[in-house]
Design a protein around this ligand. Sequence first.
Ligand code: NAP
Length: 277
Amino acid sequence: MPASKQLLITGVSSGFGRALAQEALAAGHRVVGTVRSAQAADAFQALAPGRARARLLDVTDTAAIAPTVDAIEAAHGPIDVLVNNAGYGHEGILEESPLEQMRQQFEVNVFGAVAMIQAVLPHMRARRAGHILNITSMGGFITMPGIAYYCGSKFALEGIGEVLGKEVAALGIHVTSVAPGSFRTDWAGRSMVRTPRSIGDYDALFDPIRQRRQEVSGRQLGDPRKAAQAMLAVIDSHAPPAHLLLGSDALQLVRDKLTALERELTQWEALTVSTDG
Ligand code: NAP
């Protein structure tokens, strides 16, 4: 049985965060989970009194993040693993979607995660130990019409996590970007922000995509509990990966993207190298 660890997971009210917290508690770990209401805090702590602890935190309240992390360390001891899970999907055609919705998407999915990382790093560096998991998405590798802001935020978090991993590897800290495919969480349901349609030119392209996403919500291929077990395996690993895809859909789509990218690189290779010298 692997050693008991303390995990700090953002967004444990539902979905991946909740599933990971439950599986971690069942495996004997301790979990501090962030939520956004007193009711969610009570429900979370009832999962395992004394080992499931809730903190109220909206990750866009960046001024509150470091004091919250410091208070957790002081009250409950070392945070061995940070899981940046809190996030949501914005859906909307780029031309139709106000910039403010892009800012908000990045505030939560990118700035919130980076602020959490900056808050735990002084503690992890002092111990020369720690593991940071960022829940990105297959949308951090592949794209489709109607989720430009979401994919942008997840590409950003993939890139930031990859750089961070290179900066902290020698300090004993691992960084893993976990990129799930489609899973049965509240992501495409109550949590999704959908920009209303306004430009008819995009009807034929986007309306079927929006409709399909609503139809399959709750019936996606991936099981969040199995994702949680996979994440625990990564947390237990002595040599965790920088990137981990979850789900056969993610694997196929990312492989297709890499194949198409390689084909395009080759097709344009002569022009690419023509700029040397
Ligand atoms: P979910 O069931 O909607 O859970 C999202 C969690 O994030 C909730 O606990 C939510 O809290 C929290 N959250 C949202 N905005 C927040 C904020 N500003 N501050 C603090 N907490 C916030 O969906 P999920 O699928 O588990 O999402 C978790 C992560 O997985 C997200 O980063 C998402 O992008 C990613 N992901 C999901 C899928 C999928 O198919 N489900 C695929 C790839 C990646 P409240 O209850 O207070 O709203």
